[in-house]
Design a protein around this ligand. Sequence first.
Ligand SMILES: Cc1ncc(COP(=O)(O)O)c(C=O)c1O
Length: 394
Amino acid sequence: MAVSSQIVESMKNSSWIRKMFEAGAELAAKYGAENVFDFTLGNPNIEPPAEFEQILIDYIKSPAKGKYGYMANAGYLDVRQKVADYVGSIEKVKIPAKNVIMSCGAAGGMNSVLKTILNPGDNVVVSAPFFAEYTAYAANHGGKLIAVPCKDDLDLNLEGLEKAIDKHTTAMIINSPNNPSGRVYPQATINKLAELLRRKSVENSRAIYLISDEPYKKIIFDGNTVPGTFAAYENSIISTSFSKDLSIPGQRIGYVVVSPKAEDVGLLIDGIVLCTRVLGYVNAPAVMQKVVAEMLGKSVDISFYEKKRNRICEILGNIGYEFVKPEGAFYLFPKAPGGDDLKAVDTLQKENVLVVPGRGFGAPGYFRIAFCVADSVIEGSAKGFERAYKALTK
Ligand SMILES: Cc1ncc(COP(=O)(O)O)c(C=O)c1O
């Protein structure tokens, strides 16, 4: 066969998000796009800040030579210094520039980190629901993802995590604000998680790294902030991107930062740099590195998503859907009325409302709404959500 059996298997289980998105395209062709309410894709629907394009244009027009060439695999040193200063100011820790590795989005960064730390048979623990691609990212490098269901309020289930961590556990991934739940893990949870990982690292005589996947960190509502991990836990690694907060997912730019207190920190950094090269990313996009270095701390107008969060919560809450109000990102993760997520998704689809079943994120019994859509989609979906709720609860 032309395609490996592992890839054939992966294709069979191919992403629910894609499946639902394709179903949406079919419905749109049949009923007209304006009559289909597609909440499947987490694709930012606001343009990048005007400043972003101006910085890009100015840089491209600048007389600097070699703008499009290779640089060190870890990225431009001046850019890494700016990222180190920025992240250091947020995490309240001094970070050297060498601890920053520019990456091809959060996905590229995460793959470089996992390739660096995983031995065959190792596992990576995650709280469910989780971003579905983590399963593939771990498997890409011989690792296995172990998912632990979260608590009812969508916070981390520390007791469950304690049971799941074993002597093969190399890392835990957290993602806050979370895709698909919008949950932000409180500082107290992060502190308790740090205690747990520290204790388990001693028991296992090896460091368990905490990988904090943070592409939604700036998309946060009600004036809150997202607790950091560096001050709480020495073996922390941040992986993030500008995909969501600057609305530039196609530009594939992000970074990894290794805590200066991490075990084997020098070796770890050198490993991530090497893996960036050998995985074929080589380096993060050259021009984008220079542009985002001028945009650190900036984002699209977050109130744009906050208003949508408020409206979708109002519509679904009035109907009777049960959910935890998202504190960040642009996702809502309600319980499937009646408990069966596939049935709920199917019933909603009959109303031309497209959402993704929770099992696609390791959490059956829920469904995900990506509310990064036009207001007309949110308003137009209300009747369908109501009819589906009635059908599912009668
Ligand atoms: C939780 C999470 N992590 C990582 C990624 C990948 O981000 P990027 O496109 O920057 O690689 C996404 C994208 O949707 C995400 O939701």
